[in-house]
Design a protein around this ligand. Sequence first.
Ligand code: 1GP
Length: 251
Amino acid sequence: MTKIKVESYLNSELKKKKALLFVLIDSEISNQNSSANLAKQVEKIGASAILVGGSSATDQIEMSQIVKTIKKSIKIPIILFPGNVTGVVPEADAILFSSLMNSENPYFITQAQALGAPSVLKFGLEPLPTAYLVIGDGTSAWFVGSARGIPFEKPKIAAAYALAAQFLGMRFVYLEAGSGAKTTVQPDMVKTVRKLFNGFLIVGGGIKDAKTAKSLVEAGADALVIGTLLEKGGKLSKLTEISKAMKTAKK
Ligand code: 1GP
């Protein structure tokens, strides 16, 4: 991914597909070999990018080794998904340079970003300006990020944040129910956000089946993030089903 910039790659992929599939590899959970294998397999299934990070991934050395190893095995870009400044490591292609807009702690809105930005520059990572919105509560992202979770049944609040993000110049919005969430972001919220937000809309947290994935794509998601489903070994057949269902979505 040295020649094509990741953002333009994602947008051009989106012209070819109804929505993109991102697979999240949590470097605290997967080791180097299993991560590389998983990345290779999900690339074959049709994933457009690998996200590396998460709110509990804090070991920078381990993370940078995993990024380095995965990079040798795949052609699709590696996008860092940092939960803190420790999520900024070299050799990835890009980073979801995120502000947790509905955090109650300014550290997660602008301070971690200021602390991490010089390393993003130093490592030559492409920053993808992202509004990270935590929906619901009780998940690691919610707890670690001191988020005041947007209630699942309040789509207009999420849409207002997404619009604010757009006015602030952010080109990506990530509606996050949290890793392993019992409830996913609801299609109604995605639809409401989609009506106002013109940028790249990522949805993740708790997506485990084809039907849910399809409904989120039909509601207007540009990319779905799948993590937990693949963590406990296998379930690649489920990912294949999800990938196929996303292609059949009516948009
Ligand atoms: C978490 O949205 C991602 O940050 C993925 O969620 O692990 O529940 O798939 P899952």
